[in-house]
Design a protein around this ligand. Structure first.
Ligand code: FAD
Length: 616
């Protein structure tokens, strides 16, 4: 076994063998990297994740964050790793050198995110949100604002937050009550309460820069009247140094199921009428601006699902190979039969392959999405750029919701593999499960992501984005018709894709007939189906490549297949990738048609049943 958190061989396979990242390195702005440079960076990240961050997992969960005398402290074990992380330049390796980054492709950046997230997700949240905050200043700040705030954020000297949620405004951001009053000097007085703010207060860095959504006095209600403000915990002088305390008080922190090392704070802005904020960008463009950070955070949350699922799987498979329990089913009632490792039991093998297939498919999906961004950067025409950015738009809610939902199920399956020990804190899988759950809720619940997919993303660019994506899948199906090994799985993908497209048409027809409630009612179900089709496609794409590589490895060996897989790790790896694809097609894609038909039955019981019937 490897590092017990992420299969780095699979990371490399997805990036270089499946997504062809090396080709991207022949184009500006990636021209200055070789594959070995990127592998070296990934190797260093793995060392930091495994040797420095992962050892904080249990301790940070046990200690949690503390709130005393109005101040929040993070687990002690976070301080040194955070310094090392920032000093090593891990906060923004994907960004331009002009802001202290190295300009590596986003695809590789996601591989690093997976490693750090799998090591300890609550730790990874502090730099993650800081990166998003700095990114907003980079894109929308004035030169003066960049100089005063952004550089210190990118360096990890200060951290950042995103402040949207209020007690009465969660999913409905437009209902926010936080107010901003313009002052004669052009700054704003901010007043209101934000709750559930990740990294809202802590003692990791001497200053925190909050990005706060608020409504300027007199502006229209709803999302159109929202502006965004830079609100530092300590005001920042013209020379960039932190000055007096701003009027931002921490009301408390949440006691949570998981991510206990991440401080989730209630922040009271302007209790003393003296909280000063600066406008970022233009008035009433706050939500549009914040969407840059939200989209980054949504992809990050999908990565949380992948990262924790990956760690849970790696642990489960290792445990299953060691834990001796029961005899092989083939031994029947033989009283002399020796007990075997649980990986020999069919049900455990099925569970493990289900987890493995999903983890690998999600990894391909997340990196494919990140590479769409990289490919948009090297596009040769506006049309090509639009196409690639269109994929990013379409896939963001799917990555967020699908990977976090499946991530949760994978962590739960890992616990089942451990049996009773998995439920106990002696082993880390129960923590992975607890740390993962929040990913289905924050950054817009998965229900809200599904509405975004069905209500906005399917029709975006007059449906061109979705047609582009499904066109790629169709091409793959056509290619695989002639593959003796994969044609049956490809036929299952074809049927699943047909069913998916028919369901989209069904939604469109329902909308035209004024029955828009059907797509809304079935949005979450549809998102899962779309995710399954994408994962099935990417697994088959990977299996095709793995099949070719396996032929080469096998040809070079005189060993019979079973022995080859035991002796040669590469052969075992490729054969595992093929097995994942075939299994996923038979186990998941084969059910897509039935799930689509169930949507088309147009059952409206949840809406027609009286509210009282839910309760009594
Ligand atoms: C640990 C943690 C960290 C967080 N970090 C941050 C942060 O850093 N910054 C920040 O701003 N917020 C943060 N949040 C807040 C988080 O984003 C919200 O909790 C989330 O968006 C849901 O809002 P809510 O809790 O008010 O639930 P509600 O909005 O009340 O939703 C409750 C349920 O109703 C559903 N629902 C609501 N409206 C609709 C609708 N129109 N259609 C269909 N279903 C609907 C939701 O999907 C959900 O299932 C954090 C929360 C937690 C717990």
């Amino acid at each position: 076994m490897g590092n017990l958190i992420v299969n780095t061989r699979d990371q490399q396979f997805v990036l270089f063998e499946q997504l062809g990242l090396e080709k991207l390195l022949q184009e500006e702005p990636f021209l200055y990297f070789t594959k070995s440079d990127l592998l070296m960076i990934m190797g260093e990240a793995e060392k930091l994740a495994v040797n420095v961050i992962a050892p904080t997992l249990k301790e940070s969960d046990r200690m949690g964050c503390k709130f005393q005398d109005g101040k929040v402290t993070v687990p002690d074990c976070f301080h040194e790793p955070f310094k090392k992380y920032c000093a090593g330049g891990w906060l923004n390796p994907m960004d331009d050198p002009e802001v202290g980054g190295q300009g590596i492709p986003f695809g590789v950046g996601f591989a690093l995110t997976e490693l750090f997230g799998a090591a300890n997700y609550s730790f990874a949240m502090y730099p993650g949100l800081t990166h998003g905050t700095a990114g907003l200043l980079h894109s929308f700040g004035t030169e003066e604002q960049k100089r005063r705030y952004m550089d210190k954020l990118y360096a990890g000297e200060w951290t950042g937050t995103m402040c949207l949620t209020e007690p009465g405004a969660g999913s409905d951001v437009g209902a926010l009550k936080t107010a901003a009053k313009k002052m004669p000097d052009g700054n704003y007085l901010i007043s209101g309460t934000k709750c559930f703010i990740s990294s809202g207060d802590h003692n990791l860095t001497p200053n925190i820069i909050h990005m706060v959504l608020a409504r300027i006095e007199g502006d229209v209600p709803g999302t159109r009247g929202i502006s965004i403000f830079i609100v530092p915990k300590y005001r920042v002088r013209v020379d960039g140094s932190a000055g007096e305390e701003n009027d931002v008080a921490t009301g408390g922190i949440e006691h949570k199921m998981g991510i206990k090392g991440s401080a989730t704070a209630t922040l009271n802005f302007g209790e003393n009428g003296n909280c000063i904020g600066e406008l970022l960008g233009r008035e009433r463009e706050g939500l549009k601006i914040m969407f840059q950070m939200m989209n980054e955070a949504r992809l990050g949350t999908g990565m949380q699902g992948l990262a924790l699922a990956s760690a849970a799987y790696e642990h489960a498979v290792s445990y299953a190979r060691e834990r001796i329990q029961g005899t092989a089913i083939q031994e029947g009632k033989n009283p002399e039969a020796k007990p075997v490792a649980i990986i020999n039991h069919p049900d455990i093998r099925r569970k493990l392959l289900w987890m493995k297939a999903h983890v690998e498919g999600m990894r391909s999906l997340c990196y494919f999405t990140a590479c769409s961004f990289d490919r948009a950067r090297v596009a040769r025409s506006e049309e090509e750029k639009r196409q690639r950015e269109g994929l990013l738009d379409l896939l963001t809610p799917i990555v967020k919701a699908y990977c976090s939902d499946k991530g949760m199920l994978i962590c739960s399956a890992a616990m089942d593999v451990y049996g009773g020990y998995g439920y106990c804190s002696e082993y880390p899988v129960e923590q992975y499960l607890r740390d993962e759950k929040i990913a289905t809720i924050y950054e817009g619940t998965n229900g809200i992501q599904a509405l975004d997919l069905v209500g906005r993303k399917l029709g975006q660019n007059k449906g061109a984005n979705v047609m582009h994506m499904t066109g790629l899948i169709k091409n793959k199906i056509d290619r695989l018709q002639s593959s003796p090994d994969l044609k049956n799985a490809a036929a299952l993908l074809e049927e699943a894709l047909k069913a998916l497209l028919e369901t989209m048409n069904f939604f469109a027809a329902a909308g035209k007939n004024g029955d828009f409630i059907l797509p809304v009612l079935n949005a979450s179900k549809f998102l899962e189906i779309f995710g399954d089709v994408l994962v099935g496609y990417l697994l088959l794409d990977a299996a095709e490549i793995a099949g070719e590589k396996l032929k080469v490895v096998s040809a070079a060996s005189s060993l019979e297949q079973k022995v080859l897989f035991r002796e040669n790790k590469e052969a075992a790896f490729y054969s595992g990738r093929i097995a994942s694809a075939k299994f996923f097609a038979a186990d998941v894609l084969a059910t897509v048609r039935a799930r689509c038909e169930s949507i088309k039955l147009a059952d409206k019981s949840p809406l027609e049943m009286s509210e009282e019937a839910f309760a009594y």
